[in-house]
Ligand binder design. Sequence first.
Ligand code: FES
Length: 321
Amino acid sequence: MLEVTILSKTHETADIMSYELASTDGSALPAFEAGSHIDVKVNEKILRQYSLYNAPKDHQTYKIAVLKDPNSRGGSLAVHDTFNVGDTIQISAPRNLFPLKHNTNRTVLFAGGIGITPLLSMAQVLDEQGNDFELHYFTRSKANTAFFEELNQSPFASNVFFHFNDQNTDKDRVLKHILDQENPSNKTAHLYTCGPNGFMDYIFDTARSLGWKDDNLHKEVFNAEPIVLDESDKSFTLNLVRSGISFDIPADKTVLEVLEAADIELDTSCEQGVCGSCITKVISGTPDHRDQFLTDSEKSLNNQFTPCCSRSLTDSLSIDL
Ligand code: FES
């Protein structure tokens, strides 16, 4: 973890607070790419992921924005209530699970609410590189739109299109019009979306219905639904091959819970199957993949496993631990 100081705390809307972070000794921070996020240690029990919204050429600060979500599991409320200017906090180095593809002739960015953050960083990169792009930003109203002035005054203001729900926008028609224009038949435009899961699904479904290929569709997924164990889940035996230990994983516990209870340390971050921190090699058995990190083709190989959420389809699963 890195120690950083909170340089500023700003209300971007009534519910969204932005934070500017710098190293405690003023030195440069580790470099990052557009689309990257950092893990933020909110308190002893809570680690949360937030996208960086500043331009990667900025080596002195990381900027994050946090939506105060009344339905959150406590992370965003704690950040709003307890993080103040001058505080020292702990964060991870940036990681990028949502990278921009290079060498594309056209990029379309779709932000839903707080999902603007990684796309704002991407827009700055695309503009600096002189790439052809549009940023479509969907929010409830102008008052709920973080960075409205910043975007309007940016060098790429003419590439930004705001869509406010309270202006009776026919979202379906607008979206189809935008995606249709992109001429998916030439298969060269790439689409990136970040926002609530329902919003991203809606963007993907619409794009697919208009002929977009999955290879050209990209979404940020670290705001996954909490892991819920299913009533039909079964117990299985987990073998740690290098340690020579086996565990019974009961139906009502995750592998991570069982291993943590036995003081076996794993790299973890999201604990929701979205960040990939906990990935472990499979030696034998067939995993029941519950994560959103591995692609479908990676899952079909059945040689990697996410202990924070995935289970086993076979009676026993042997992993490289
Ligand atoms: S801890 Fe993030 S995928 Fe397992």
